[in-house]
Design a protein around this ligand. Structure first.
Ligand SMILES: [Zn+2]
Length: 269
């Protein structure tokens, strides 16, 4: 969470507005304009993708998402108290995104990822019990662009090494806050035997993100985009994850565990 800082004395926030976004910047008008254009394009594609109503008024006028661009990286880090390795962050509650002028990694990766989160959360509602892997998987899908093939190659390697986390664990995943421990996870091997997996926090986080992206890519590619959009709509209409799976993917599997089984079969091949 971050509070958009008031600029230091003698600095002011200028703005560039598009239909669904307001970009705040202190210098670097060109970059701010580029961010506004890209954000608008991502919005159109992502909204269409998950079945967000085309003429939703929710994001326009005073509800436009605010994007704060600090003049440079040190300024961004200082004002948002973000970790050194980040290129941007989002505050979903206040519908704010922050980064700094000139970050290509922000426009190409962070921006579509965070817009996907914002749209998906608006669409399905905050009170809905959505598994974290689905939310992250959709956002990752938009971040990784055409890198999905690589994601599946790595997911298959993890599976071959019996290093795949269970669907229960990734549904209730929490980003580790303490970085020096090892994490012990209960998993099942390829032969369906119980086993444990010992991971560093980095390995755990990477595995979680990779599996989330792999599952969403699998659902979309194997069973089609239309079905995936329908699945998101069922969740928005208040169905539980199992009920939504049953009504949309019922020809193939009946619940989350069925999805997990089918996905593991795919990774095995
Ligand atoms: Zn995310």
């Amino acid at each position: 969470m971050f509070m958009p800082a008031k600029p230091a004395l003698a600095q002011v926030w200028h703005t560039v507005k598009s239909d669904h976004f307001v970009v705040f910047y202190q210098e670097g008008e060109c970059f701010a304009q580029k961010v506004a254009d890209k954000a608008e394009r991502y919005y159109q594609s992502i909204a269409y993708d998950i079945g967000y109503p085309r003429y939703s008024k929710f994001w326009i006028w005073e509800n436009r998402v605010k994007i704060y661009l600090y003049p440079d990286k040190p300024d961004y880090l200082r004002n948002t108290s973000s970790p050194e390795w980040t290129e941007g962050l989002a505050d979903y509650k206040n519908r704010c995104i922050a980064s700094y002028v000139g970050s290509e990694s922000f426009t190409e990766n962070v921006l579509p990822h965070e817009i996907a989160h914002l749209i998906f959360r608006d669409f399905v509602g905050f009170e809905n019990d959505i598994p974290l892997w689905l939310d992250e998987g959709i956002a990752q899908w938009w971040t990784s662009g055409n890198k999905n093939r690589i994601i599946q190659v790595v997911a298959k390697q993890l599976y071959a090494r019996d290093a795949i986390l269970s669907i229960d664990d990734i549904s209730n995943f929490e980003i580790p806050k303490i970085r020096q421990f090892r994490y012990v996870e209960k998993v099942r091997t390829k032969d369906n035997e119980p086993a444990i997996l010992i991971l560093t926090p980095e390995q755990l986080i990477n595995t979680f993100y990779l599996q989330s992206a792999s599952l969403v890519d699998f659902m979309r590619r194997r069973y089609g985009q239309d079905r995936f959009t329908r699945f998101c709509r069922e969740l928005r209409d208040g169905k539980s994850i199992d009920k939504a799976i049953q009504s949309v993917y019922g020809d193939y599997f009946q619940d989350l565990y069925g999805l997990e089984r089918t996905w593991r079969e795919y990774l095995a091949n």
